[in-house]
Write a new protein. Structure first.
Length: 191
């Protein structure tokens, strides 16, 4: 796979201790892939993910279509990019150093971070997501946004129904007050 990368200055720690990933933008031009891809990779909940993807038609290649985009091996591409860019983060008093890691070590690290069926995910990730969604929900309501769920869904690249289930879970846990039927927000106890 031919990948040319630009590494950003911001490094995000990965869930595995001692490793980090810089902000990455990459251009992928591979004979096994129908399109030329520009892709941004970032870390979400300790895992490398595709943050942005654009595709352009190759000279004489097939047009960019939904079906063609759906057939792209995005996970494999993200892992290949992240494996080339992962660094070892060493923390000492007053200084942090980042050193490249061997490709085999990076692939092993990223294989550990790649979610698979039957594999236990980060147990705190959902709790952090629920807390983040509740905070965003309250902030948007305070800012006068009438429909905060779609705004949160766009921001987090998840469905509005999933945002609703996270808010419902937040309500069950007592992080958010009971809902007023038919209205966004929460009932607050009278003071």
């Amino acid at each position: 796979m031919r990948i040319s990368m630009n590494l950003g200055a911001a490094f995000t720690p990965l869930r595995a201790e001692g490793y980090a990933l810089p902000a990455i933008t990459a251009r992928v031009d591979d004979p096994n892939i129908s399109y030329i891809l520009d892709i941004a990779v970032s870390v979400v909940h300790g895992q490398p993910v595709c943050a942005r993807l654009t595709a352009e038609q190759k000279d004489g290649g097939p047009p960019v279509t939904r079906r063609g985009l759906n057939s792209l091996p995005v996970d494999q591409i993200v892992r290949a990019i992240a494996a080339q860019a992962a660094v070892r983060a060493e923390y000492r008093p007053g200084i942090v150093t980042f050193e490249p890691v061997a490709p085999e070590e990076a692939r092993s690290l990223l294989a550990e971070l790649t979610p698979r069926r039957g594999r236990r995910s980060d147990p705190d990730a959902r709790n952090r997501l629920i807390e983040s969604v509740v905070r965003s929900y309250r902030d948007l309501l305070a800012a006068g946004v009438r429909q905060p769920k779609p705004a949160i869904a766009r921001e987090l690249s998840i469905s509005p129904s999933y945002v609703g289930s996270l808010l419902a879970e937040g309500r069950r846990r007592g992080l958010l007050g009971p809902a007023t039927p038919g209205r966004a927000g929460e009932e607050r106890p009278a003071e």
